[in-house]
Ligand binder design. Structure first.
Ligand SMILES: [Zn+2]
Length: 279
């Protein structure tokens, strides 16, 4: 029986880096980076636990969602120095607007435009998604077209966003964090099948990276253009929709006539833990 299987969120101190594949001392990646969300007491569950027994016993973490999963070079020199600052900056700008609406009840415009550096922003998102699972002990990262394309793009700073990849984003006004490395979504009504995608959601933004999306599969979200941006510091305007948001559990809880497939070991959901002394 696979039920009640102990889910692990603590890994080895050494192993193969989930991004560059080098065997080395592993470092702890905070997902999302600490500048986006303050690490607090959270309950960790896999997607399967969340979907099938949401009240089951979680694993507790005092310092947010973090995993020993990538080497010091990928974590500090690339992700932390080169890419995270852009993700943090964009998150802060959107968070301010979402809080103004939540706390003051102000009526926001339908959309806003933000200037972003897509090559840094998208690499930050990809880096934290790749870091969002424990490395399999003794084994380098799985070699397959989608994860290889993500890793190569992250590491080769002169490359453009790969052709087969689409990066969707939307406002996500929830304090539940989700990182999923491998999510397939199918349709029972002939819209085709997304065989590879990965997901990162945290207040105030969600990012969904989709590999080889069939044209017949509808995704009504804004996406970051993959064209014509090569330099790390080239910027573009992105439109952020502030009013028309998908359900909070989109796309990991499929709607009618959809089904999902995933590796449970490469999914983590974090939600605020109960304060000490209660419940
Ligand atoms: Zn590495």
């Amino acid at each position: 029986m696979k039920k009640n299987k102990q889910v692990k969120f603590k890994g080895g101190k050494e192993g193969y880096c989930n991004i560059c594949g080098q065997y080395s001392k592993l470092t702890r990646d905070h997902i999302p980076p600490q500048g986006c969300v303050k690490p607090t007491n959270v309950e960790l569950r896999t997607l399967e636990q969340y979907l099938t027994e949401p009240s089951g016993k979680p694993v507790n973490s005092q310092s947010g969602l973090n995993l020993l999963s990538i080497c010091g070079n990928c974590n500090n020199n690339l992700l932390g120095t080169e890419y995270d600052p852009e993700l943090i900056e964009v998150s802060k700008q959107v968070a301010t607007l979402v809080r103004v609406k939540q706390e003051l009840g102000l009526f926001l415009p339908e959309t806003i435009e933000l200037s972003v550096k897509p090559q840094r922003l998208v690499r930050a998102v990809i880096g934290h998604i790749l870091a969002g699972k424990l490395p399999t002990p003794g084994q380098p990262p799985i070699s397959a077209r989608f994860p290889n394309a993500l890793r190569n793009y992250f590491l080769d700073t002169s490359s453009a966003i790969p052709n087969h990849i689409e990066v969707y984003y939307w406002v996500y006004p929830s304090n539940k964090q989700i990182v999923i490395n491998s999510l397939g979504i199918g349709s029972g009504i002939g819209e085709g099948f997304i065989s590879g995608s990965c997901l990162l959601k945290f207040f105030p933004l969600a990012f969904w990276i989709v590999w080889d999306k069939p044209p017949s599969f509808p995704i009504n979200l804004k996406k970051i253009s993959s064209e014509n941006f090569n330099g790390l510091d080239e910027s573009c305007e992105i439109v952020v929709d502030l009013r028309n948001l998908p359900p909070l559990n989109y796309p990991e809880v499929p709607g009618e006539s959809r089904y999902i497939m995933f590796h449970n070991d490469s999914t983590v959901l974090a939600q605020p833990g109960k304060p000490k002394g209660f419940g």
